[in-house]
Design a protein around this ligand. Structure first.
Ligand SMILES: [Fe+2]
Length: 357
């Protein structure tokens, strides 16, 4: 069965608040959804059929896609202006020195929350990804705003794949005013790209695709967990701003690509840590859908081994979440190791499909 469409908690985490006097989101005025001209599949990216089956959607990425009307761009800019005082700056001694972001967008702006979660957007993205999606179950991954670095030249985001299934990078800057700072992805399987990087070799130029002229109000839409990508350093002091929204798959058969970010003290000035509760909600959301599938499909059988395997697979996300919460916050280095293991598990875990002989 599909996981619930509604992933919204009923209340804000303590200490979070919405900005005052922001525009009210209105899909009929603020959206101008235009289907992308091109989409590329995981197979276009070099994934084989069995590797592709470990991901929910066959789609890797779409060409720059218009999301906002001119009125929507103006309203989003007003919201971003109001959010500026809430910008987080990472300290000089961290791995993220110089980075400027606004985190927890859905807990800070009703406009951003409603833009990310409106049915029109959910339906539009589900069509693009050819599978039903929902807004993210974990607010710390659902919406963040990435701004240009404090000083030009620093890396905005090194090569990585996302810790969420689906990513929408909505551009709110004028690309003609920027030197560098562009989004670029590697046209190949994430593991192949990572192996090249780990061996100290550069990624081959002819397999890099730069999304360097994404017009304002347009987005780069990708299955971020499957695609290795980066944001190049800015070479000038031009304004750079992306609203990054994430989505989950409601079809929970493929192994979960979403990873809670349990890195100690990552979020500067966070009033309460909502991440533990968000991870528990996400695991419960997955477990509910998987147990529901077991309930629907359970055969009359004396094969206890099979029944145990189906039940165990249905609650695996929950037991894994419990193990993570028992450990709690970890260093960035520990997190990266754990994440590598989780990615390996993702590619090795059988697709959840109980009731099949
Ligand atoms: Fe990313």
């Amino acid at each position: 069965m599909l996981a619930d469409e509604n992933t919204t908690p009923g209340t804000l985490p303590p200490g979070f608040s919405y900005i005052a006097d922001e525009p009210t989101f209105d899909a009929s005025r603020h959206l101008a959804l235009e289907a992308p001209k091109d989409t590329m599949t995981l197979e276009d990216f070099g994934y084989g059929p069995s590797e592709s089956a470990q991901f929910t959607s066959p789609v890797a990425a779409a060409s720059p896609t218009r999301l906002l009307s001119d009125e929507g761009i103006t309203a989003a800019q007003t919201v971003l202006e109001l959010l500026q005082p809430r910008t987080s700056r990472h300290g000089d001694t961290t791995d993220f020195a110089g980075r400027k972001s606004i985190y927890f967008g859905e807990y800070q702006s009703r406009f951003l929350r409603d833009l990310a979660r409106c049915p029109e957007m959910i339906g539009f993205l589900s069509d693009i990804f050819q599978t039903p999606v929902a807004s993210h179950t974990m607010g710390h991954l659902g919406c963040q705003i990435n701004l240009g670095n404090e000083t030009p030249g620093g890396p905005i985001a090194d090569w990585h794949h996302d810790i969420v299934g689906f990513t929408v990078v909505l551009s709110l800057h004028d690309p003609s005013q920027m030197q560098g700072g562009h989004f670029v992805y590697f046209k190949g399987p994430r593991d192949e790209g990572q192996r090249l990087l780990d061996s100290g070799r550069p990624l081959p130029e002819d397999r890099l695709v730069a999304a360097d002229q994404v017009p304002m109000g347009h987005a780069t839409i990708m299955q971020g967990s499957a695609i290795l990508h980066a944001a190049q350093p800015m070479q000038n002091a031009g304004y750079r701003c992306n609203i990054v929204n994430s989505y989950v798959s409601r079809d929970v058969r493929a192994p979960d690509p979403n990873r809670g970010f349990l890195v100690r003290d990552f979020y500067p000035g966070m009033p309460t840590n909502p991440i533990y509760s968000e991870m528990a909600r996400h695991a419960a959301w997955l477990g509910k859908a998987k147990l529901g599938t077991v309930l629907e499909s359970m055969a009359w059988t004396e094969d206890r081994t099979r029944i145990i395997a189906e039940l165990s697979a249905a609650i695996e996300d929950v037991t894994h979440c419990i193990r993570q919460l028992e450990v709690g916050d970890v260093s960035l280095e520990q997190y990266r190791k754990e994440r590598e293991r989780a990615d390996e598990r993702q590619m090795a875990t059988p697709v959840f499909d109980p009731g099949q002989e």
